[in-house]
Design a protein around this ligand. Structure first.
Ligand code: SF4
Length: 277
C-alpha cells in the first residue's frame, strides 16, 4: 500500500533529521489544514462546450487528474469545492452556473478553462455570450488556450493547489468563510430580452426612467457601484463604536471582534471597489 510522504508536510522552521523524515513531521496547523484541502479537491461535473472534451480527457486514464488529488468529479454542487468552467458561457447558461456556484459549500474555487470562459474567446461581444465568467463569479485561476491541452489544465489545477497552500488561518482575509462567516450569495442574473445583473438594478431603473422621458441616459457610462472611500469611512466608524463599547468586556474577545470587523470592512471595500470597475 502506498504510504503518505510526510516530507510534503515538514515545516522548514523545525528541521527533522533526514532519516526520520519519512516517519515524523513537525508542521503547523496552517500547513496541515491546507495540505488536506488541496489534496482532496472535488470538481463539479459539468461541461459547457468543446473545452469540456479536454477536461474529460484530463480526468481519464491517460492524464488522470486523480493523481493530483482531484479524484472523481461530483454530480452535485453540494459535494463539490471546485467549479471548472469549461467552455463558452452563454447568457442563458450563466443563470444556472451562478445558481450552482451558490449551492457549493465554502471554501470553494473557480477555474476558468479556455479563452471562452476567461474572456468570451472567439465569441466575445456575441449577442448571446458572456465576455468571461468573471463578470459574475470570482475566478481563482485562468487557463488560456482554445482549447487548453490537458497538460495546461493540469498546470492550472496545480496552480490552484499552490494558491491554497498560501492561504493562512491567521489571516481572515485569506479564509473569509472561516473568519467572517458564510459569504453572501452571488446575485443570480436574470435572463430577459438580454441578461440583467441584479447588482446594477438601480442603475438600470434610473436609465429606464431617463429613457422614458426621452432624456440622455448615458448607457455607456457605468458609475461606481458604491464609493469605496465612503465604505472605508463607515467601517472606521463601526470599529470606533466597537472600541467605545468595550468597557468591561474581555480584552481577548474584544480584540477578536475588532479583527473580525476590520476584515469584514476590508472585504466590503474590496467588493465595492470591484463592483465600481
Ligand atoms: S475556448 Fe475554444 S475550445 Fe474552448 S469552448 Fe471556447 S471555442 Fe471551444
Amino acid at each position: 500500500m502506498a504510504q503518505t510522504d510526510l516530507r510534503a508536510l515538514q515545516d522548514t522552521e523545525f528541521p527533522v533529521p533526514e532519516e526520520l523524515q519519512a516517519n515524523i513531521a513537525i508542521t503547523s496547523l496552517d500547513k496541515i489544514y491546507n495540505w488536506s484541502r488541496r489534496s482532496s479537491m472535488w470538481p463539479l461535473l459539468f461541461g459547457l462546450a468543446c473545452c469540456a472534451i479536454e477536461m474529460i480527457g484530463t480526468a481519464a486514464s491517460r492524464f488522470d487528474f486523480s493523481r493530483f488529488g482531484f479524484e472523481v468529479m461530483r454530480g452535485s454542487p453540494r459535494q463539490s469545492d471546485l467549479m471548472i468552467v469549461s467552455g463558452t458561457v452563454t447568457k442563458k447558461m450563466i443563470v444556472p452556473i451562478v445558481r450552482l456556484y451558490n449551492q457549493m459549500p465554502e471554501p470553494k474555487y473557480v477555474l476558468a478553462m479556455g479563452a471562452c470562459a476567461s474572456g468570451g474567446g472567439p465569441f466575445k461581444e456575441g449577442y448571446n455570450v458572456v465576455s468571461g465568467v468573471d463578470k459574475y463569479l470570482p475566478v481563482d485561476v485562468y487557463v488560456p488556450g482554445c482549447p487548453p491541452t490537458p497538460q495546461a489544465l493540469l498546470y492550472g489545477m496545480i496552480t490552484l493547489q499552490k494558491k491554497i497552500d498560501g492561504q493562512s488561518l491567521a489571516n481572515l482575509d485569506d479564509v473569509p468563510w472561516y473568519g467572517v462567516g458564510p459569504s453572501e450569495p452571488t446575485p443570480v442574473p436574470v435572463l430577459g430580452p438580454d441578461i440583467i445583473d441584479p447588482r446594477q438594478m438601480e442603475l438600470i431603473r434610473e436609465q429606464a426612467q431617463q429613457a422614458a422621458l426621452e432624456a440622455p441616459f448615458g448607457a455607456r457610462e457605468l458609475p461606481a457601484w458604491v464609493n469605496p472611500t465612503e465604505v472605508a469611512q463607515e467601517a472606521t466608524a463601526v470599529v470606533e463604536t466597537q472600541e467605545g463599547a468595550e468597557d468591561g468586556v474581555d480584552p481577548a474577545k474584544a480584540a477578536r471582534i475588532r479583527k473580525r470587523e476590520e476584515a469584514m470592512a476590508r472585504l466590503a471595500a474590496r467588493r465595492a471597489a470591484k463592483g465600481g470597475q
